[in-house]
Design a protein around this ligand. Structure first.
Ligand SMILES: [Zn+2]
Length: 476
């Protein structure tokens, strides 16, 4: 097959700034409709925009993390179009002079390294929101109008939907590590528009580019790209016409449908915004931002493997979220046992978060308490089974593990004298197991040991009980 898949991705990211891009209105999500607006974001005559320095820094931070260059000088441009949620009649964006450009991101897809080139990461402003009421009227909420948006555009380097999915997962993780956005697709904080076409390297032919909109999860992007690649391939094989157009992903029917035949950049009549001076980030500032970049996910994963000797899988799970990785490191340092820390965080802590539907920032136990629990197991004060019970009680009432063990009498019973009576009782209650053992069935002892463990609610030292039971039965 001479036709090659060609997919590029545009992502819009809502930046986590306090105020809007060109005015001091709050950029927070929600609020009473049209309560967070001013003459600037409503585009009233005579108002002048002032760029948000924090938003510029967030884009530089992201650009540097994506190996981009930062422009010495760049300008904002007006993208002219009319839509009711855009009161100025134009959107302030960047056109031929983006703030950052020419980078790349390395991914791993099915165990294979893939490098995707980043064309640019630039700044623009969001639009308001049209709301269509059940009675047929439409109203507009301008609260979102002017909220800073970062647009990240890749080169058309993706050759399948799996690569696109891996990119979006890596990008979302990166944006959260950089603390520039919460990047929640369901809340519209990260919006993705893939562009799909096919290229014939032998003849130089290309199918027209199709942009897909209305995608609100990484899964829907994955499915829409797969569908669109297959649709274009089938059309080429059948000799059917294809058009340059914008298509909408229809989630319910799992198909893309025509939204509008595509406009070109000329339709927007871009020109430099005369109200805004060029942005000229100083080299000192750019280097300060670079020096302050946090350790990025891929580097942290590698370090967890090398420094703590963790398996690649554990390192991947623990670095998924920056706050979880921070938590794990605090536990590992406090208890001096990275493998035990990893086991506790990956199983008990993450399970608790999932069950409660909360994030690690709301988790009730400080890292020092998990470290204390690991110490109690290591010194033999509690068994690993009882440790889970201690963990549950600590989550419920906030006491420290050591307090719980002392106050609730949960210490492991390792005193033979305290267990003798129970061992006798268990032997008397299980004559069949005793007979089976004497007939050569090793496993029969389990029933007697289990009896003692149940009688002590799991607190007896299992190794000691095993030894005592065996010795006593052999004496019979
Ligand atoms: Zn405003």
């Amino acid at each position: 097959m001479a036709w090659r898949n060609c997919v590029g991705v545009e992502v819009h990211v809502q930046l986590k700034t306090e105020s809007k891009m060109f005015c001091s209105c709050s950029a927070d999500f929600g609020g009473e409709p049209n309560s967070r607006c001013c003459p600037v974001c409503l585009g009233l005559p005579g108002s002048l925009p002032v760029p948000n320095e924090q938003a510029i820094e967030f884009v530089i931070r992201t650009g540097l993390a994506l190996n981009c260059q930062v422009a010495q000088r760049c300008r904002f441009a007006r993208k002219n179009y009319f839509y009711p949620d855009l009161p100025k009649n134009y959107q302030i964006s960047q056109y031929d002079e983006p703030l950052t450009f020419g980078g790349w991101i390395d991914l791993e897809v099915d165990g294979q390294p893939v490098r995707i080139r980043i064309r640019r990461a630039h700044l623009e402003e969001d639009t308001g929101k049209n709301i269509h009421l059940p009675d047929g009227r439409s109203v507009v909420d301008y609260n979102r109008c002017g909220v800073p948006l970062m647009e990240i555009v890749t080169e058309p380097d993706f050759t399948d939907a799996e690569q696109v999915r891996a990119y979006l997962q890596a990008l979302r993780q990166l944006l959260r590590y950089l603390e520039v956005s919460d990047a929640d697709m369901e809340k519209g904080q990260m919006r993705c528009e893939p562009t799909v076409n096919l290229v014939n390297d032998e003849t130089g032919e290309r199918t027209p580019k199709v942009e897909i909109k209305n995608l609100n999860s990484i899964r829907s992007v994955y499915e829409a790209v797969r569908y669109e690649l297959a649709r274009q391939r089938e059309a080429v094989e059948r000799g059917e016409p294809l058009y340059q157009e914008t298509r909408r992903w229809d989630e319910a029917n799992a198909v893309t449908t025509t939204m509008r035949r595509k406009e070109t950049a000329d339709d927007y009549m871009y020109f430099p915004d005369p109200d805004l001076v060029p942005v000229e980030p100083s080299r000192e500032w750019v280097e300060q931002v670079r020096a302050a970049l946090p350790e990025l996910p891929a580097a942290r994963r590698r370090r967890f493997i090398e420094e703590y000797g963790l398996p690649a899988y554990d390192a991947g799970v623990l670095t998924e979220e920056k706050a979880v990785a921070d938590y794990f490191e605090a536990v590992a340092q406090a208890c001096g046992d990275a493998k035990a820390a990893s086991n506790w965080v990956m199983t008990e802590v993450l399970r608790y978060l999932k069950e409660q539907g909360i994030g690690i920032d709301e988790f009730p136990l400080p890292p020092s308490h998990i470290a204390q629990l690991i110490g109690l197991v290591r010194e033999g004060t509690v068994s690993s089974t009882i440790a889970k019970e201690v963990f549950a009680r600590a989550c419920a009432d906030g006491r420290s593990p050591r307090e719980i063990v002392e106050q609730d009498g949960l210490a492991q019973i390792s005193d033979a004298a305290a267990l003798e009576g129970l061992v006798e009782e268990a032997i008397a209650a299980n004559p069949r197991a005793v007979a089976d053992f004497q007939a050569g069935k090793e496993k029969a002892l389990g029933a007697i040991v289990g009896h003692v463990m149940r009688a002590t609610k799991g607190q007896a030292n299992p190794a000691l009980v095993n030894e005592m039971v065996r010795k006593r039965v052999q004496e019979l």
